[in-house]
Write a protein that binds this ligand. Structure first.
Ligand SMILES: Cc1cc2nc3c(=O)[nH]c(=O)nc-3n(C[C@H](O)[C@H](O)[C@H](O)COP(=O)(O)OP(=O)(O)OC[C@H]3O[C@@H](n4cnc5c(N)ncnc54)[C@H](O)[C@@H]3O)c2cc1C
Length: 326
């Protein structure tokens, strides 16, 4: 039985997403332990230049470069991935727990009758057995699961779950020509792209998140400034998004995005379960809240009990001078 590993590569605004490099790095480590090959799978149009960027990370790069794959569509992408998986029979298919990943991989698992573990944060191989680390019950419990010797398993990971390690592999490019059926019952007529922010929220290393305690949209300016100094992004609780202080694309939590940055700073966020289940795997959590009993402190590595309007200007100035010194 093949122990080869597929990593599905995602793009954003013409660049390969950081999360794909994270998966390739982890995939290579697993492939070495399993004595198998690592395949990067690239579906898209006009991706030649990007294929070159992948070469140092994967043993083989399967490239399907077709105009029909220019934009993500559930039907064309599921068909193409199904075809490739049936042809190459990988043991593991790794993808990111992004909007595309959440749409594509469950469909693929159903087509292939394969087990799927979604939204995982870690994976290990010991004695040839794969163990997948996955938060459950809104992150209150970390579980380790296996897929019981299934011939193919599909696993999606939260962005920022792994570090990027560039190798010098010079992977072989395999160009696949596939006839793609565009005869779908659902067709995109027009795609309106929202104003793109510099760093993708799910891939940001630093997130400064504002809650209802920020009191109004005008007060998010200081969070923007802190995020800018850190090279990160501003996030928001649902209370903030529902109040139209920030766009939905900034929302963190159950009905927003799941994030796992190196540093999450929650400002005026109470720490309701629906919020924390979207950020509790952050590596370091800092909370600023004037209520010492706020739930967010149960998750925080560092807590500041104070009025955020006292803390944030000082934090901004402190970070600014640290950056100037560096
Ligand atoms: C099905 C469902 C899905 C949901 N999905 C999400 C989701 O995806 N994301 C999400 O965030 N929520 C979600 N929610 C809502 C969630 O349950 C909470 O209502 C929400 O997270 C609360 O937002 P908040 O912490 O900003 O506001 P609040 O709970 O009102 O908290 C505000 C905090 O600010 C503090 N504060 C106030 N003034 C100051 C000050 N001057 N200085 C310091 N601290 C101050 C207060 O002490 C308080 O702790 C969902 C709810 C449901 C039912």
């Amino acid at each position: 039985m093949s122990k080869d590993i597929f990593v599905f590569i995602e793009f954003k605004d013409g660049s390969i997403r950081k999360t794909s490099f994270e998966l390739l790095s982890k995939g290579k480590e697993l492939a070495e332990k399993l004595s198998s090959g690592l395949y990067a799978v690239m579906l898209g149009f006009d991706t030649k230049g990007l294929t070159e960027e992948i070469k140092p990370f994967a043993d083989k790069i399967i490239s399907v470069d077709e105009e029909a794959l220019k934009e993500y569509r559930w039907d064309t992408y599921t068909d193409t991935m199904e075809y490739l998986i049936k042809k190459y029979s990988p043991y593991l298919v790794l993808g990111a727990s992004t909007i595309t990943g959440k749409d594509l991989f469950p469909r693929l698992a159903a087509r292939l009758d394969a087990p799927i573990v979604s939204d995982a944060v870690g994976i290990e191989v010991s004695d040839g057995e794969i163990k997948i680390k996955k938060p459950i019950y809104g992150g209150k419990i970390i579980s380790w699961v296996t897929t019981q010797n299934a011939p193919i398993s599909i696993i999606t990971f939260r962005p920022n779950s792994f570090s990027i390690e560039k190798r010098q592999i010079n992977g072989e490019i395999i160009e696949e020509r596939i006839e793609i059926n565009m005869d779908s019952r659902v067709n995109a007529v027009k795609i309106d792209k929202g104003g793109s922010k510099k760093v993708d929220l799910q891939e940001a290393d630093f997130i400064v998140c504002g809650g209802r305690g920020m009191k109004g949209p005008e007060n998010f300016k200081v969070l923007e400034e802190i995020a800018e100094i850190l090279g990160g992004r501003v996030g928001a609780s649902r209370a903030v998004v529902d109040s139209k202080w920030r766009d939905y694309e900034d929302q963190i939590g159950k009905s927003g995005k799941t994030v796992s940055p190196k540093l999450y700073i929650g400002c005026g966020v109470s720490g309701a379960l629906h919020h924390t289940m979207g950020m509790d795997t952050s590596k370091v959590i800092v909370a600023v809240n004037k209520d010492p009993n706020a739930l967010i402190f149960q998750y925080a590595d560092y807590g500041i009990v104070d009025d955020l309007f006292n803390i944030l200007p000082a934090l901004k100035e402190g970070l600014k001078s640290l950056k100037q010194e560096a």
